[in-house]
Design a binder for this molecule. Structure first.
Ligand code: ATP
Ligand code: SF4
Ligand code: MG
Length: 325
């Protein structure tokens, strides 16, 4: 499959008063056209910062320390105006917090129309008409009236839908969806997922789908990347990952899932907590919580073994099906 997005060895640095921290480290991940890649991991593991880096929206305080991001075959230069335009035309993002993605002083209709116009070059009248259609498409009732509302005048669920309308306006090649359906009820969530998969079929859109919900990822993703403390722990085809996890952290996540096991009392949350960015252990960051940890794990960061289709970063990955079970 040709590559739509290719993130190579991305490292992100944030300068805090006590010194720099590296919330995303050496992350490599690719997405093909029409492919959905799920990105999962506990809160704070670097999912949103990875998404924002892809979009070039990480903000001034957040520096890209190393690595590169290629989109449709060409490496993006964050300082190039033309590359910023390529991103704006070719990528859409659904933000985890709708208020991050919506401008409080512009109407919903104006914002969706503007996103459409940037991607397609349409005139104002066409943009405004298309905005109403898009608001309708994402399930906002009375879209013509809502188009005249400001973000604070509509509910959180409707803000989320308006942001989805903005993100998909003009059919971007890549959709970065950061917890896209968290604020929505189950029925609307199903409608939005249907809409995304239809768009994906029609225009071959690639999707980076971030979620805490492993059940949802099992439904939507072709491949899944698992992050832990800023690094990719494992990437695998969704079926492989759920049936034969290779990284002990992935296995721990799956063990804490009710849908894989009807005997609730056998569910096991992973012991311990994620280490803070300011006090990451040397070696494997998962070692303090890992039942398989040995001496080398505490001394050396594990190398990533394998290709993008299936890789694991662990000194002692689970190999046989019996080990993973
Ligand atoms: N602007 C910032 N300044 C300081 N620290 C930040 C900033 N943005 C993110 N961080 C820290 O970087 C780490 C990664 O954050 P990120 O938002 O990417 O996590 P996440 O995986 O998206 O978590 P969640 O599942 O809660 O959304 C966290 O420890 C977070 O506190
Ligand atoms: S490298 Fe060692 S500590 Fe880290 S996940 Fe693998 S076995 Fe566990
Ligand atoms: Mg996040």
């Amino acid at each position: 499959m040709s590559t739509l997005l290719d993130i190579r060895n991305l490292t992100v640095r944030i300068d805090l008063p006590g010194g720099p921290v590296f919330p995303v480290r050496d992350v490599s991940l690719s997405i093909g056209p029409g492919e959905t890649v799920g990105l999962v991991g506990e809160s704070g593991c670097g999912k949103t910062l990875t998404c924002l880096s892809v979009m070039g929206l990480q903000g001034r305080r957040v520096a890209t320390e190393g690595g590169g991001i290629a989109f449709q075959g060409a490496v993006l230069d964050p300082r190039s105006r033309e590359d910023r335009r390529r991103r704006a035309r070719g990528m859409g993002m659904i933000f985890q917090n709708p208020m991050t993605g919506l401008n409080p002083v512009r109407t919903i209709g104006w914002q969706v129309a503007e996103a459409y116009r940037i991607r397609t070059g349409a005139d104002r009248r066409t943009g405004a008409a298309r905005a109403v259609e898009l608001l309708d498409l994402v399930g906002i009732p009375e879209p013509r009236r809502r188009a005249r509302d400001y973000p604070h005048q509509i509910s959180g669920g409707q803000q989320q839908r308006a942001m989805i309308a903005m993100a998909i306006a003009g059919n971007p090649s890549l959709l970065v969806a950061d917890e896209p359906t968290t604020a929505l009820d189950v029925t609307v969530q199903a409608q939005i997922l249907d809409l995304l998969s239809r768009l994906q079929r029609e225009i071959g859109m690639g999707i980076l789908f971030v979620t805490h919900d492993l059940g949802l990822v099992a439904e939507v993703a072709d491949r899944v990347a698992v992050m832990y403390a800023g690094r990719v722990a494992e990437i695998a085809a969704a079926g492989e990952l759920f049936s034969r996890p290779r990284h002990p952290y992935t296995k721990g996540l799956l063990n804490s899932l009710p849908f894989l096991d009807d005997e609730i009392d056998r569910l096991k949350p992973i012991d311990g907590t994620v280490p803070p960015l300011t006090a990451l252990p040397t070696g494997c960051a998962f070692a303090p919580r890992c039942p398989r940890a040995v001496g080398i794990c505490r001394r050396a960061v594990p190398e990533t073994e394998g290709q993008d289709g299936g890789l694991v970063a662990c000194h002692r990955p689970l190999l046989a099906e019996t080990e993973a079970a």
